[in-house]
Write a protein that binds this ligand. Sequence first.
Ligand code: ADP
Ligand code: ADP
Length: 220
Amino acid sequence: MEILKTIDLCKIYGKGETKVEALKSVNLTINEGEFIAIVGPSGSGKSTLLHLLGGLDRPTSGEVVINNTKIYDLSEKELSIFRRRKIGFIFQFYNLIPVLTAEENIKLPLILDNKNIDNNYLEELINILELKGRKNHFPNQLSGGQQQRVSIGRALAYKPSIIFADEPTGNLDSKNSKEVIELLKLSVKKYKQTLVMITHDPNIASQADRVITIEDGMVK
Ligand code: ADP
Ligand code: ADP
């Protein structure tokens, strides 16, 4: 079953002398439950693609369809809500809120919606991510690997059907990197989620169900 597709997705930055065609008519389809690795040289358009797939930017032309919703037909406000509830994001730098504890950071997407998280689910998430002894710690009291696991928890808080990760281990040493990928794989498998990840690490790419190579703004 298809969860995401793009139709002739194009992104142009700037104009005149500074014009960059970052994506040139990308067509791709991603199925439910797939783990996709996006690879390619620096500057080839990977982040641009991931941001457009996740509704973080707007394309110059073309469509992104997630669960039969053309996301760029939504208003800014609708898109912002769609993003928060249906999509999980994990970034290289964890983007945690420094004045909130690990547990509060995980609950943040729901807090922003004035919703209560299912406490059994929260506990399960904290256990899976091996954060049990760290839930009342603040980000600056956590290691890089622990902070990234908190950001995974935040990405999963709403039980999204699709998760986008932009170099999630880019800032971690190899031991933490391995641990974070293992836990991420474990949780997406448990909750039957689709995972789309940019990575430079061939070891991580080799674990994916499918590798998509981007070169010069095109799928190779
Ligand atoms: P990658 O993630 O593969 O390194 P990016 O998607 O970040 O590639 O960038 C693709 C191209 O678009 C590059 O040439 C980059 O310089 C350009 N680019 C990316 N973001 C912007 C921006 N906000 N404004 C102008 N050009 C950009
Ligand atoms: P709004 O949707 O109200 O514009 P933002 O999208 O700017 O809010 O997000 C507010 C905070 O929530 C940011 O710190 C951001 O990193 C985090 N956030 C937003 N969307 C998600 C998401 N899908 N998963 C996890 N954290 C998110």
